[in-house]
Design a protein around this ligand. Structure first.
Ligand code: NBP
Length: 471
């Protein structure tokens, strides 16, 4: 018999997503380039379920009821184009192809344009939640035509994580908007991961705390409205985990080189191209780049002498490391503020009509950046759809006004101890720049006019002015 739903690509994500769809009542058919994986899946986790396998794409398409709903979960990039090319000849009027991988939104723009002119629909959908989210309910960010979305709505509504006010999926907008939103989600994720790593580094190197002691602080943070989140929760687990071989903290055995697959870079490149300021997110990306220079850093350690680490006020476990918590909260707020600001600017420049409250809503469950704070973000944009920056919302402004001294204290102490805190310090500069009515770029303008006659505007009269600075 014919299946309701088709999945291409039995990687970690595909396998879990098809089990999710089947559990929700969608009989499924799966195809994987390497057939051995399909067999392995059908004889393993797929056994006893309403899931059948297909040996090739023609067989796959033939096993699906029409209009066909097909989710591709293959490696982003050329693999997506290859699968689209191979399957296109078999698709018919009304069929729908969904790319659920982490595709570059420019590629999705192109694919939507190319494929919507054929008879079938194409959706670019970001999926977040890792393996567990994919199985139990991820957050999904689909973009493309509204008509195409309507055809998959009943499927994705059931598969997505559910929160108080609905499923964690909504129509994002046209073209590549779904993948852009997923990219920015990942950029925010990079930021929060680096922020938590900086807090760990300070607790360890300044206070000499061990994994268990740090995990206890993270547990306290996770009980607060400001920091309660999935990433804080798993950080606590990571810090508590011991190496089974000797019982020592496992994190201390892990090589300090962080990998990346592109979405953090795309967030920063997109932001710079569009004139959006995302310094905290950039600092987290650069933190990964610096981490990859392991041999160079080890060599430089004995050549470039910094100050010795001195004890400074990071708070105590009794006050949940208050100044460090201030720094962590404000840096997380800055990551969200910068991500939302980028989306607002991208929405305007690309005509995406993004709905900020809905984006915050679908990030409240299922995804990696899910956090209680997202309710406040949703409320802020619902109360004021024209909000230019999250930091101007009264609740967030109050957080910043209360916690800025703590952040400054942490950055100053880290600087005097020679400990890098790229996200904390970028956040401090971001907030201080944003709240400064007059910045020193008047002098930059003077220099530009001096060497290149670029002209400048004046604060006291209208017009473009030029001075013969060098006489
Ligand atoms: P991978 O990114 O490792 O992709 C594996 C799948 O791609 C396999 O089924 C593989 O088939 C297939 N594939 C490749 Br590689 N090249 C192909 C080609 N030219 N033609 C057809 N199939 C091809 O799997 P994943 O980690 O499950 O991720 C899938 C997508 O979801 C990616 O875009 C990823 O960035 C995104 N994503 C991943 C996560 C996560 O936590 N892992 C979370 C959110 C999003 P084979 O078996 O024949 O090699």
């Amino acid at each position: 018999s014919q299946s309701h739903f088709g999945l291409i690509g039995l990687g970690v994500m595909g396998e879990n997503l098809v089990l999710n769809a089947e559990r929700n009542g969608f009989s499924s058919v799966v195809y994987n380039r390497t057939y051995a994986k399909t067999e392995e899946f059908l004889n393993g986790r797929g056994q006893g379920r309403n899931i059948q396998g297909a040996t090739d794409l023609q067989d796959f398409v033939g096993k699906l009821e029409r209009p066909r709903r097909i989710l591709m979960m293959v490696k982003a990039g050329p693999a997506v184009d290859a699968v689209v090319d191979q399957i296109s000849p078999y698709l018919e009027e009304g069929d729908l192809l969904i790319d659920g991988g982490n595709s570059d939104y420019h590629d999705t723009e192109r694919r939507v344009k190319e494929l919507e002119s054929k008879s079938f629909g194409f959706i670019g959908m970001g999926v977040s939640g890792g393996a567990k989210g994919a199985l139990e309910g991820p957050s999904m960010m689909p973009g493309g035509t509204k008509a195409s979305y309507d055809a998959i709505e009943s499927l994705v509504n059931k598969m997505a994580a559910q929160v108080d006010d609905g499923p964690c999926v909504t129509y994002i907008g046209p073209g590549g908007s779904g993948h852009l939103v997923k990219t920015v989600h990942n950029g925010i994720e990079y930021g929060i991961e680096q922020i938590l790593a900086e807090g760990y580094d300070l607790m360890k190197r300044v206070k000499g705390m061990n994994g268990e002691q740090m995990a206890d602080v993270l547990a306290q943070w996770n009980a607060t409205e400001e920091l309660s989140s999935y990433l804080v929760e798993i950080t606590e687990v990571c810090l508590r985990t011991k190496d089974p071989e000797d019982g020592a903290d496992l994190v201390e055995k892990i090589m300090d080189q962080a990998g990346q697959k592109g979405t953090g870079l795309w967030t920063v490149v997109t932001a710079l191209q569009m004139g959006a300021s995302v310094p905290t997110i950039y600092a987290s990306l650069n933190g990964r780049v610096m981490s990859s220079l392991k041999p160079e850093r080890v060599a430089a350690e004995s050549i470039l002498k910094g100050p010795v680490i001195k004890d400074f006020d990071l708070g105590t476990p009794d006050d949940a490391m208050a100044p460090l918590m201030d720094a962590t909260v404000l840096s997380c707020i800055a990551s969200y503020a910068q991500g939302m600001e980028l989306l607002r600017i991208a929405s305007r420049d690309l005509d995406y009509s993004l709905q900020m409250p809905s984006i915050a809503q679908i990030w409240k469950g299922g995804c990696i950046i899910r956090a209680r704070l997202l309710q406040r973000i949703q409320d802020a944009f619902a109360a004021n759809p024209d909000l230019t920056n999250l930091m101007l919302d009264p609740w967030f402004a109050d957080q910043i006004n209360r916690r800025l001294p703590g952040l400054a204290k942490v950055v100053a102490g880290a600087a005097e101890s020679g400990i890098p805190v790229p996200c904390f310090s970028s956040t401090l500069d971001y907030i201080n720049s944003y709240r400064t009515g007059r910045l020193p770029q008047n002098l930059v303008q003077a220099m530009r006019d001096c060497f290149g006659s670029h002209t400048y505007q004046r604060v006291d009269k209208e017009g473009a002015f030029h001075t013969e600075w060098l006489g």
